[in-house]
Each structure stands twice: as C-alpha cells, then as structure tokens.
Design a protein around this ligand. Sequence first.
Ligand code: FAD
Ligand code: SF4
Length: 320
Amino acid sequence: MKPFTYEVADDLDSALAVLNNPPRTLKAGGIDLLDRMKERLELPETVLSIGGVEALRYIREDGGAIRIGCLTTLADIGRSDLLKARFGALHESAGRAATPQIREQATLGGNLCQRPRCWYYRSIDFNCLKKGGGTCYAVEGENRHHAVIAGGPCHIVHPSSCAPALVAVDAEFVIRSSDGESTIKAADFFKLPHESMYAENVLEPGEVLAEVVIPSLPSRSATVELREKQSFDWPMATATAARVGGEWRVCLGAVAPIPWLSRPAMDVLGSTEITPELAAQAGEAAAGEAEPMSQNSYKVQLIKVAVKRALLAAGGESEV
Ligand SMILES: Cc1cc2nc3c(=O)[nH]c(=O)nc-3n(C[C@H](O)[C@H](O)[C@H](O)COP(=O)(O)OP(=O)(O)OC[C@H]3O[C@@H](n4cnc5c(N)ncnc54)[C@H](O)[C@@H]3O)c2cc1C
Ligand code: SF4
C-alpha cells in the first residue's frame, strides 16, 4: 500500500469543510476502500475518515418516515426491531450481506457507494473502459457474474445488497456538501455506464451521502437473494418485492449496473393480491428484459425464481 496521510473528522461539518480542499478520499467503514488501496487501484494522498462520527449512526422514526444515518452499520440494520417490523426487505438484505464481522464494520453509506466487483476492474493488470482504457474485457472474457440487463458499454452489476430494497420503496437520499444539502430519489442516485462511465452514482467531489429516508413504508416487503455460498460472497441475483401505497414494486439486484426497478413485473402485478401464479408471471416478465452474455444465461432463471419467491414471501405465502 502506498503511504498516505490519515485524517480523522470529529463531525460531518468539519469533514465537509476540507473534503474537496484539496481533494481527500472519504473513508467510512473502510471495507471496500482499503481493499482497493491494497490492490493499488486507488492511491490517495490523504484519507479522511468519518467512521467515528457517532452522530451519523442512527435508525429513527420521524413522523411516518424512517431515517437512517450513513454510518449505521449493516449489523445495526440487521439488529433493528423497528426495521424488522416496518421494512423487512432492508432488514433482511443488510442482515445477510457479507459476513458477521464485515457487517459490524460496513456502513450503509459505504455499502451504497462501494465500487464494482468486476474482476477486470479489481485487477491492475486490466486497463478496461471503466479505468480509462479502450475495452470491456468482460465482453469476450469471463462474464458469468456480469450484467444481464442494461449492460454496456461496461457490464458491471451493482454490488450493494441494500440498494434494491431502498429503490423498491422509493427511498430518498440526502446529499451534503460544504455548500448545503439536497435530496434525490434512490432510483436517480445510481447511474448506468452509458450515463457515467467512471462513477456509479451522481455524487460529485466534496459530496457525502449523509442520510437515507424512507418516507412511505411498505405494508409488506421481502428480499430474496440467490447465492453460490451463504456467506463471504456477493449474491448472484436478488429481488425485493414491496407493497407501497397499495401498489407492488419489484427491484432486482446483481443483474444490472444499477438496482433495477422491474417495470414489466410491476405491470403484471398492479395492486392485486399475490398468488403463486401471479408471482410466477411477474418473474417471467422480469426475466423478459434479460439479454445474457456468453456465460451468464443462468441468471435469467435466477431472476424468475428470486422475483417469484420475494413476492410470495412479501405476500404472506411461503417460498416455493
Ligand atoms: C468477503 C466480502 C463479502 C461481501 N459481501 C457483500 C454482500 O453480500 N453484499 C453487499 O452489499 N456487500 C458485500 N460486501 C461489501 C461490503 O458490504 C462493502 O464493502 C461495505 O458495505 C462498504 O462499506 P464501508 O463503510 O466499509 O465503505 P468504505 O470502504 O469506507 O467506502 C466505500 C466507498 O464509498 C465511499 N463512501 C463511503 N461512505 C460514503 C458516504 N457516506 N458518502 C459518499 N461516499 C461514501 C468511500 O469513499 C469509498 O469509495 C462484501 C465484502 C467482502 C469483503
Ligand atoms: S464490465 Fe466494466 S469494469 Fe468490468 S471489464 Fe468491462 S468495462 Fe471494466
């Protein structure tokens, strides 16, 4: 690892005052950032840690909404009785991600802003499109974990387990900088590669994702993740089903460069009660958008299964 200066912020305001002046690299839990620094993918001069700012670590009810601070850990979310009762889909996604040790350190903000897991991106030996090169090596190479929906010219999948649940319920993200605060819908936070090749979200230098707000809690929700192994790995495909304002919403994870709101599945569902037949139809509809690469057509079946199981779990029926 290249030597760097390490600074520790006492609060968010003091961090924002210096974050872009000169540019510093933000660290929350450090799980993803330190990985990239050790691989020499990132060589920051100065790392600014907000990891100890306890004021950014909370889950609270505010009127009818739930507010979650960016430094809330995945373990905090997995232990929250409030989220278990009111937003099971997020409680489940965060509570099962990675490993117990990682969940104690990994923060919600860092989870949503973690960089892609594409093995070509993670290796300094491949100067692919995302790193300013001229080729996406996944197109002709190893692409079994890559996107089957909305890929191209880069074919990453978004790695966050928490993001699909938040997009499914139309959560809002509060962004702060030294100039002030703005709020953006979760679905607008994430960017496709053709919109933004070098960053996966809208954050500009000097901006921090400070808080996640869920203004309308789902009456029912569930997330189903299909994994090769149950721990120490990212899922191969996920689906969150949530009933918000009487309408069903379905968001897929690990199959597209952003958490993917499945409009075809939602068109099938509307506000109807879930039956096994309807859940299967929604799964088929969701999978209809897939355009697999040479090695990942298995994900088409996983989408069907994940959507069906998530709907049955959220709709009150057991998984089949
Ligand atoms: C073996 C293993 C298995 C894993 N499995 C899963 C899994 O199943 N599901 C899953 O979702 N993840 C998984 N992960 C990834 C892990 O959950 C993330 O690396 C972690 O959540 C990142 O959070 P952090 O707080 O450590 O972020 P950091 O490493 O501190 O930051 C990550 C990035 O986000 C930026 N950042 C951090 N916080 C903010 C903020 N508030 N505003 C703006 N930018 C910010 C940082 O600058 C950095 O670029 C796994 C990791 C490992 C090592
Ligand atoms: S999928 Fe994206 S990150 Fe991976 S090799 Fe292609 S351009 Fe690079």
